[in-house]
Ligand binder design. Structure first.
Ligand code: C2E
Ligand code: MG
Ligand code: MG
Length: 336
């Protein structure tokens, strides 16, 4: 039947595309993503068949490279939703729909505020607030994360600079940076410009990156990070332990801090396995001379465990949720 025929053809396309191509001395590997729609089940005219094959292709691409996917009606609903979200996202920046919230980082020994992480919020006028876990990946895919990330940097540096000037000199601002932003040569420029126009000292700025930045072209990434470290800015490795990273890389990269991922703390101290992982991360960070912070700390049991094992910088609902600018300003005066 036609489904079987489409399957066989797509297998043949995938196999032949997979063959390496030699250009100069370089072996180039290509991949393909195939979407399939079937007549009449998925449409009776060319236009709707192509449209549905195209949604199936988008799904196939998300499954990873070298895949095929048959169209299904849920895809249609999902892709409609997605198209709407994407078109909204394109307008969000110029309509000023983004806002930054700030989550305190507390030294659990001195009970002093050491800094805050800025977290992006999107208040979409029609659909309400959209979680970052939903819109950040979409913004990355659309290439919008670059201008959005630039806005975040400028806005956060400006606000922090005001706080620093009002007497909180040691406040450290952490800003999340997407791997997609590193592909732009403009990243260093936009960091330098955010620092300059806000008057914030680079010592007050920390950039959070994830382990995926440590993969791929290692030497190239080290150079990129080093250029930015030269500005006086520090790097923190976010969600540490959730991605793949070779521990030997840690020493090679100019990184100043590890952030233990929330997922390891969820069952601390009840689950021995998680306790061991957390203890291992703590002792590794200490022996590599890295600062350490625990994120997603929600209760006093977790806090006590971390303190007992010498992890004292804490971020999480136990102390505070991310706060908007006005509320964080009030928080500052009470905690610093
Ligand atoms: P992240 O950088 O790991 O941020 C920490 C997330 O954990 C935040 O979620 C924060 O609200 C949440 N969190 C903090 N403490 C607790 C806790 O005690 N319990 C629980 N259950 N959650 C806690 P949020 O704000 O939803 O952000 C999600 C992710 O979106 C961030 O993860 C980050 O990867 C990304 N993101 C947020 N803002 C930006 C941004 O400006 N730029 C980029 N590129 N990514 C951002
Ligand atoms: Mg982060
Ligand atoms: Mg994190």
């Amino acid at each position: 039947n036609s489904m079987e025929a489409a399957y066989l053809v797509s297998q043949r396309i995938l196999t032949s595309v997979r063959q390496p191509v030699l250009i100069d001395e370089h072996e180039i590997f290509m991949t393909a993503s195939i979407g399939i729609s079937v007549c009449p089940a998925d449409g009776e005219d060319v236009e709707s068949l192509i449209k549905h094959a195209s949604s199936a292709k988008d799904f196939s691409r998300k499954q990873g490279s070298n895949n095929y996917q048959f169209f299904s009606s849920e895809m249609n609903a999902q892709s409609k939703e997605r198209i709407k979200m994407e078109s909204n996202l394109r307008k969000a920046l110029e309509n000023s729909e983004f806002e930054l919230h700030y989550q305190p980082k507390i030294n659990s020994e001195t009970h002093k505020l050491v800094g805050m992480e800025c977290l992006l919020r999107w208040n979409q006028p029609e659909t309400g607030s959209v979680p970052p876990a939903v819109f950040i990946p979409a913004a990355e895919e659309l290439g919008l994360i670059v201008p959005i990330g630039e806005w975040v940097l400028h806005e956060a540096c400006q606000t922090t600079s005001e706080w620093v000037k009002s007497g909180f000199e040691n406040l450290k601002l952490s800003v999340n940076v997407s791997p997609k932003q590193f592909n732009e040569i403009s990243l260093k420029k936009s960091i330098a410009s955010a620092i300059k126009s806000s008057g914030l000292s680079p010592q007050n700025l920390v950039l959070e990156i994830t382990e995926s930045m440590l993969m791929g072209d290692v030497e190239h990434h080290i150079t990129l990070l080093q250029h930015i470290v030269d500005l006086g800015v520090a790097f923190s490795l976010d969600d540490f332990g959730t991605g793949y990273s070779s521990l030997s890389y840690l020493k090679k990269f100019p990184i100043h801090e590890l952030k233990i991922d929330r997922s390891f703390l969820t069952n601390v101290p009840e689950k021995n396995e998680d306790n061991s992982i957390v203890k291992a991360i703590i002792s590794m960070a200490h022996s590599l001379g890295l600062n350490l912070i625990a994120e997603g700390v929600e209760n006093v049991e977790q806090l006590d465990f971390l303190r007992q094992h010498n992890c004292n910088i804490i971020q999480g609902f136990y102390y505070s949720k991310p706060l908007d600018k006005a509320v964080f300003t009030a928080f500052l005066t009470s905690y610093a």
